[in-house]
Structures are given as C-alpha cells and as structure tokens.
Design a protein around this ligand. Sequence first.
Ligand code: TYD
Ligand code: MG
Length: 469
Amino acid sequence: MARKQASSAAREPKTVFFCAECGNESPKWFGRCPHCEAWNSAREGPGRREATPARRAGYGATEGAASQPVRLEEIAPGAESRWPSGIGELDRVLGGGLVPGSLVLIGGDPGIGKSTLALQLAAALGRAERSVLYVSGEESPRQVKLRAERLVLRGGLDRLWIQSEIDLEAILAEVVRLDPALLVIDSIQTLYLSSLDAAPGSVSQVRECGLRLLRLAKERGMPVLLIGHVTKDGSVAGPRTLEHMVDAVLYLEGERHHEYRILGAAKNRFGSTHEIGVFTMQGDGLAEVENPSERLLRDRGDSVPGSAVVAAIEGSRPLLVEVQALVAPTHFANPQRVSQGIDPRRLAVVIAVLEKRAGLSLAGADVFVNVAGGIRLEEPAADLGLALALASSFRDRPLPADLVAIGEVGLGGELRPVPQLDRRLAEARRLGFRAAVVPRRSAPAGDAGALGASSLHEAIGRVLDPDAR
Ligand code: TYD
Ligand code: MG
C-alpha cells in the first residue's frame, strides 16, 4: 500500500526551488540559499526527477519514454574514439582530442584568446575534412572573417560555416541542415530560447540552452564546444549546473599583457585534469609552445638574489620554472605578503617555517613572490624552491645559476620526498642544470650533482653558504 502511494506521488509533476546562483535545489522556498548563501536567489522550476540532464538529454531513450537499464556485459566495448585536432597542446589537455558527442566548455577572461583558439580548432578540423558550424553571438560574420584572415590557418576554411545568431532554435535548425562535425557556440551567454521568459545570459537561459545542446551533442554524436565568460571569482558565469552537465571544463588563462596563455582543465570526463597546454599569443594567433621549460627559462637573467628554479610536474610532463622572491624591509605595521602563481596560504606556511626552523627573521619584511610566465605552481614539490628564493633574497646572495630545487617542506622544517624525482632531474639535466638540492632520503646515489639535505636549514646552508658547498 505504502509502495503504491509512493509511486503515484512520483508521477505527479513536481516543482522545486532552485538557486539562481549555484543551482542548488530545495523542495521549499528559501530567502537565502543554504548552499552558497546567496540572498533572494530562489526560482521555481521543474524538479530533478523531471529535469536531470541525462533524462532531459534523453540518453538512449526517445522523448517521454524512460531509458532502460542495460547489462554492463551487453554494452558494446571499444575505446572512445577521438579526433585529434593536430594542435598538440590542445589535444594534450583534451586527453588526446575531441570525443564525438562530448560537450566541452572553455572559459576565460574576455580578450584572453578563446575565440581565437576555437577558430584555430575549427580550421584544424576543416583540414581533416570535417565541417564546422561556428556560431557567434558576439561578432558579425565579417568580424570573424577578419580574425580568420589574421590567423595563419593553413587551409581548412572551405569547410567552415559562420553563423551570427543568438536564437538557439534557429541554430538547431542549421545544425540539422548542415550536419556539421563540430558545433562551436561563441558564447553560451549570448544564446536564448524564446520559450523562456528570461534574458540571454540569465541563469535559466544558460541552463536550458546548455541542456538542449547537451542533448543535441549526445543525439548526433557531434562534439559541441561552448565558449563561456568567466566571472571575477574564476567560475564560469551562469549556474554551476553548466559545469556539472558538460563533459569537460577548460580554462584559458594568462596575464593579458603577457605573452603566455595556459590552457588547463578543471574537469575532464575523458582525460586527466593535470595536463596543461602552453601557448603564446602572436600576431597571427595562438602558437604552441612545445618546449615550455626551455621557453620559460629563456628570459631568466644572470644570477640575482631571490631567483630559484623549481622542477614541477604538470600532468605527464616535467616543467622547469623560475620562482622569484623579493624580501624588503617594510614600512607598514602589517608587512605585505603578495604572491602570484603560488597559493598565499602556502607562502605563509613556508615563511613561518623559515622563521621558526631556519632562523630567518621575516616578520619585519614585505615579501613578494612571482612565478615567471604566469604559471601557477600547486605542487608541494615547489616548496623548497620557494623557500630558497626567499632565503636568497633575504641574504641578498644569489643561488648558483645551474641549480634546481625539488622538495616539499614540512612544518618541522624537514624536507620530504616528492613523486617522480627522476623525471624532474632528467629534465633539469637536459636543460643544463648541473646541481639539484633534493630531500636526502631520495637523493640518487652516485649522482654527484644531487645535493641531499634533510632539512630546510641544511639546504640553505649548502647552497647559500659558499664555505659549506
Ligand atoms: P579573442 O580570441 O577575441 O579573445 P576572447 O574570445 O577570449 O575574448 O582574442 C583577443 C585578443 O587577442 C585581442 O586583444 C587581440 C589578440 N589577438 C592577437 O594578438 N593575435 C591574433 O592573431 C588574434 C586573432 C588576436
Ligand atoms: Mg571572443
């Protein structure tokens, strides 16, 4: 009896309240979202039972009918097929290329190069005999053409269709007519569905348009590339539900006035999120940087105090980067701690360890830290390099120019081993570094260049005290 009631209740169409900021759903109205704490963000809409992305996208089911479970054994095997674009740095981040039927979101600040990258990808697929429909809601076909003329696209343009449109229904009609291999939407925030009573870019439009495109991608086995604007706090503007529904979220980042552009993945159902792609913005588009370590170290000056080279691992590849630190007497009651490319909390920990365990008195000093090239170092393996850069600036004595630092610094001032040390050392050697400070326990025996140290204090002594070397 109870069961019967439950099933009939489930069939009734239910509405719920969802948060316009984060997409959180609640059966009751709320004044403040219990999830993201935004005020007045509750909107009424269909509940998840009716509205899960998979259900609305109609995975494996015709509209209205529920999909049937399939026994795992009966599902046809086979690796996901991929379409490599030939833009190596992009393919690396995608996990080998575009997966047919996938929905990929690429975010980034305005002017960073998203449209440029999308157009280069479109042309690359065109060269592989795949046609692309590039929908721009922001630029006229003429403007897209002007951009295409600036780029060195080496062909592929005869299969590229440009449509200036923001009405999703009209776009869907063109997809059916042209049957492109790839659809590019530049940008998701300009699209609208006339059936919805909300402005383009609003949460409900972005969410519904996203769902329609998800369904389109799965139905046709056609990858869809969505371009999205990013808000100041770094998330793609619009509901978080967009990030949940897509297969991959890529970010193109970099300082606008800086030449490097770093492509990373915040989410990827078909690959690792640790890979990064490195590009430079040139007069004729984004150019791949195939040998990033070499490139990043090229602009390094002669030995100056405060500069250290660390060997990081980004995804499957070692990356040598310069960390710069400046320690200067402060004029403030609260000294400044400014860091770019390194988490400020990590910096605070390393400063505290230097104070307490290595006897460096930084309390009265401003500290500025920068990672060259706009790279972001997230690995603890960069700790030692950061600490040595700080100590070097503090003592006003340069580190040896041919030295790399690899190691995690513990709260007790001890150096902890890091993964894949041999690959980091190999890359350093390849680039001409003859010495490396590493945690003692993992120092390879018989490698004269590897200086093992068991504590930060010892490491500083070995590389900054000429007598001890
Ligand atoms: P764009 O791709 O329009 O950025 P987004 O779509 O992310 O807003 O690129 C914008 C910037 O890139 C613009 O300031 C001009 C510059 N640019 C180049 O330097 N070289 C080029 O070949 C192109 C097409 C753009
Ligand atoms: Mg653009």
